[in-house]
Design a protein around this ligand. Structure first.
Ligand code: FES
Length: 670
C-alpha cells in the first residue's frame, strides 16, 4: 500500500525531470535538497525570496513507482517572505519558491525549464539544435557587512567576503571601475547589491539592490553588413536585433579594396578600425533601446567575422591577409575588455572573439561550425557560407576540412550588368517558358509573379530595379534549362529565331529579362561572371570532398543571408554545389550569427569550438594541387564531367553535348 504522509523524521523527495531522489530531514528547504542532490535549480538572490528563479511545482498524485502520494500540502505553507513575493510579483498556479518551501512529507517536485540553470533555447526549425543556457557571466545577490571601525578593511574586501560566504566564490578580482563605483552602489542599495561575476572569478559590475537580468550582445561583422542580437543571458531570449551596412564600404566595396586602401594610405587602418567599432557601438545602442535598457547594462559580447573584419575589430592591421601566404596575426580565440577595443558596453564587459580557422576562413566560419555541428553527425555534410569568399566545410564526426574559395562579388550583384544587392525591387526568382522563352519573375517587395494581372500595381512601389544574387542563379540556370545557353555558358545566336528576347549584343548575344524601365538584360559577360563564381565554389567543395574521400555528400547546408534565399535545386542546376538528394539541400539561416549567439549563451561552447577549430584540416585552395583542374571542369553548366543523377530525378536536364573546356581563363586572384 502506498504510504500517505509519512510519520517520520525525514521525507523522500523525487525531482522531475532529472529523476534524482533522496531523503532529507523534515523542514529541509526544497532548494537545499535540490542542491545536495545536484538538481539544476537556479538562484540569484541566495534564498531571500527576491529573485523568483527557484520556482518549483508539486506533482500531485500517487506515484506507485516511488511509493509516494504527493500533495501540495506535503510542503510547508507559504511563509511571510513568499507571501510578499506573491503580492509583489505573483506566482503562477501552484508554483512555490523552493528556497522558502520546506519538506513536510514525501513529495514529487517538478523543476520547470525556466528554473533550470542550464535551460535550453528552442531554436528555429532550420537551425541544427537547441542552445544550452550557461552564460559566462552570472548575477549574485549579496548583503555586504556594514563598515566597522574595529575591523579596518575596505568595502571591496567586505564584498569579496560576502560572495565567498554566500556563494563560495573565492579568489575574485575586479577592474578599477568597479572599485570606483562600489561605495555608491552599496549606499544606494542599503548594503544589498547584485554582482555580475564572470567565470566565477572576475567582478564585471555591481548594481545597487536586486537586478534580475543580465544582457549580452552577439555580433556578426560581415564585410557588407553588421548584425547584432541582444540576448537575455538568463533566458537566452533575443530581446533586440539590428543590422546596418558596414560603413567601411566607403573605403572599398570588397575586402581586398579595403586592404588596398590601408596599403596606399599609411595609417589608414585606423580609419577602418574606428569605423567598424563605432558601427558596433551604434548597433549596441540600437538593440539596447529596443529592449529599453542602456548599453552599460550589457556585460558580455561575442563577435564573429571574416579574418579581415576580426582583425580590424581587434585593432590589428590586416595587410598581411591581403597577399600570400595570408598570415593571420592570431588564429586563437580572443577575450578582451570591451573598453580596450573602444566598444561601448559596460566598462567591465568583455568581448569574446571566436577563433579564425585560416587566412581566408574566419571566425564567422567557426560560428557556422558551432551552429551546424557537423562533427556530431555520421552523414557527410557540405556547408557553404557564400560571400565574396565562399567558406566551405566538409566532413562528419570523423574528420572535418575547411577551405575558402574566391567566388568574387558576382552573387552580391557586382560584376553583373544589371546586378544589385538584395533590396526591394531586385528580381529574386525567375522562370523561363521552355517554348516561348518568355520569362516571369518575382521582385523583392512584391509577392506576386510578374505574369499575375495585379503584378504591375503591386510592384509599383518597389519598382523593378535590377537582379540580385538568387535571381542571378535562377536566371542563368533557367536559361540553361530552356536551351538559351549551352553547357559552356554560351548564349547561342540560334535563339534569335526562337524569341525576340534573344538579341545581338556586339559580337555576342544577350537575353532580355525585363523590357521596361530599366531594361534588364543578361549579357554573355554576366553569364561568364556567374560561371567563374560558381566554378570557384564548386571546385573548392570538390577539392575538400576528394580529400575527404567521397564523391557525394549526404547533405548540403547553405549558410548566410544569401544562402537563405537560394533555391537549392537551382544552385545545383547551375553547378554551384555538387549533386545531392535535393531534399537534403537546405538553408542554415544566419549560421555565423547563431554561432555567436551560442558562444554568448553557453560558456562551454567556447573551449568546444576552440578545440574543434584546432582539429580541423585547413586546405588553402590557392596552392592546393588539383584545384585548377576542378575549377576548369566546373566552368561548364552544371559540370563538364560530374553527373547529377539526384538532380535529374526532379529536374529535366538538357541532354549533354560535347563540352569545350573553358580553361583558358584563369580564376581571379583574391
Ligand atoms: S532563490 Fe531567489 S527567490 Fe528563491
Amino acid at each position: 500500500m502506498i504510504q500517505d504522509k509519512a510519520q517520520k523524521e525525514d521525507a523522500m523527495v523525487v525531482f522531475s525531470p532529472s529523476g534524482k531522489r533522496g531523503r532529507f530531514p523534515i523542514s529541509t528547504p526544497v532548494l537545499s535538497a535540490a542542491r545536495s542532490l545536484g538538481v539544476d535549480v537556479d538562484s540569484v538572490c541566495g534564498g531571500r525570496a527576491i529573485c523568483g528563479r527557484c520556482q518549483v511545482l508539486v506533482s500531485e498524485g500517487e506515484f506507485a513507482k516511488h511509493n509516494i502520494v504527493s500533495r501540495t500540502t506535503n510542503l510547508s505553507p507559504r511563509g511571510e517572505a513568499e507571501q510578499r513575493f506573491v503580492l509583489k510579483r505573483g506566482l503562477g498556479g501552484n508554483r512555490r519558491l523552493s528556497c522558502q518551501a520546506t519538506l513536510q512529507a514525501d513529495v514529487v517536485i517538478d523543476v520547470p525549464a525556466s528554473s533550470q540553470v542550464h535551460q535550453q533555447v528552442v531554436r528555429k526549425p532550420h537551425e541544427a539544435h537547441d542552445i544550452d543556457i550557461n552564460p559566462v557571466v552570472h548575477a549574485y545577490f549579496v548583503e555586504v557587512a556594514q563598515p566597522d571601525m574595529r575591523i579596518p578593511s575596505g568595502d571591496l574586501q567586505r564584498l569579496y567576503e560576502a560572495l565567498k560566504n554566500e556563494w563560495q566564490l573565492d579568489s575574485l578580482s575586479c577592474e578599477l571601475h568597479v572599485i570606483q563605483t562600489l561605495q555608491g552602489s552599496l549606499r544606494e542599495g542599503d548594503r544589498q547589491v547584485t554582482v555580475a561575476v564572470r567565470n566565477a572569478e572576475h567582478i564585471v559590475a555591481v548594481w545597487p539592490g536586486f537586478t534580475e537580468h543580465l544582457y549580452g550582445v552577439a555580433v556578426d561583422v560581415g564585410s557588407t553588413t553588421i548584425a547584432a542580437h541582444l540576448c537575455d543571458l538568463t533566458s537566452g531570449e533575443v530581446l533586440g536585433s539590428a543590422g546596418k551596412m558596414n560603413p567601411q564600404i566607403r573605403f572599398g566595396e570588397d575586402l581586398m579594396s579595403r586592404v588596398s586602401y590601408i596599403m596606399m594610405n599609411p595609417g589608414g587602418e585606423a580609419d577602418l578600425i574606428g569605423t567598424v567599432r563605432k558601427a558596433i557601438s551604434e548597433l549596441v545602442e540600437e538593440v539596447s533601446a529596443q529592449a529599453r535598457i542602456e548599453p552599460i547594462d550589457v556585460v558580455e559580447m561575442t563577435v564573429v567575422g571574416n579574418p579581415i573584419m576580426q582583425h580590424l575589430v581587434l585593432g590589428i592591421n590586416p595587410v598581411e591577409l591581403g597577399t600570400a601566404p595570408f598570415a593571420l596575426a592570431n588564429d586563437a580565440a580572443v577575450d578582451v575588455l570591451a573598453a580596450d577595443i573602444g566598444i561601448a558596453i559596460n566598462p567591465g564587459g568583455h568581448v569574446y572573439g571566436l577563433p579564425c580557422i585560416a587566412g581566408h576562413v574566419g571566425a564567422d566560419c567557426a560560428g557556422v561550425l558551432l551552429a551546424e555541428a557537423p562533427y556530431d553527425r555520421d552523414e557527410v555534410s557540405l556547408i557553404v557560407d557564400i560571400g565574396t569568399n565562399a567558406e566551405i566545410l566538409v566532413g562528419n564526426r570523423d574528420r572535418l576540412l575547411a577551405a575558402s574559395s574566391p567566388t568574387g562579388p558576382a552573387f552580391e550583384g557586382a560584376q553583373i550588368s544589371s546586378g544589385q544587392r538584395a533590396a526591394p525591387g531586385a528580381i529574386e526568382r525567375v522562370r523561363i517558358d521552355r517554348e516561348t522563352l518568355d520569362p516571369r519573375f518575382k521582385v523583392i517587395g512584391c509577392d506576386l509573379w510578374s505574369d499575375d494581372p495585379l503584378f504591375a500595381e503591386r510592384a509599383a512601389a518597389p519598382g523593378i530595379t535590377g537582379i540580385c544574387g538568387s535571381g542571378i542563379i535562377e536566371v542563368v540556370a533557367e536559361m540553361y534549362l530552356a536551351g538559351i545557353i549551352d553547357q559552356n555558358g554560351r548564349i547561342s545566336g540560334d535563339g534569335c529565331s526562337r524569341s525576340p528576347r534573344i538579341i545581338k549584343d556586339g559580337r555576342t548575344f544577350a537575353y532580355v529579362l525585363h523590357d521596361g524601365q530599366p531594361v534588364i538584360q543578361i549579357l554573355q559577360n554576366d553569364v561568364r561572371a556567374v560561371q567563374l563564381a560558381k566554378a570557384a565554389l564548386y571546385a573548392g567543395a570538390r577539392l575538400l570532398m576528394k580529400r575527404f574521400g567521397v564523391d557525394k555528400v549526404d547533405r548540403v547546408r547553405l549558410a548566410g543571408a544569401f544562402g537563405a534565399h537560394i533555391d537549392g535545386k537551382y544552385a545545383m542546376v547551375l553547378g554551384l554545389i555538387p549533386d545531392c538528394d535535393v531534399e537534403q539541400v537546405s538553408s542554415a539561416g544566419n549560421a555565423a550569427g547563431t554561432g555567436a549567439r551560442i558562444a554568448l549563451l553557453d560558456r562551454r561552447a567556447r573551449p568546444h569550438i576552440e578545440a574543434q577549430v584546432r582539429q580541423i584540416e585547413k586546405v588553402e585552395t590557392a596552392v592546393a594541387e588539383g584545384f585548377q583542374n576542378h575549377f576548369v571542369a566546373a566552368m561548364a553548366i552544371p559540370h563538364q564531367t560530374d553527373s547529377f543523377d539526384e538532380l535529374a530525378k526532379v529536374v529535366e536536364l538538357p541532354a549533354n553535348k560535347e563540352v569545350q573546356p573553358t580553361g583558358g581563363r584563369k580564376r581571379r586572384a583574391r
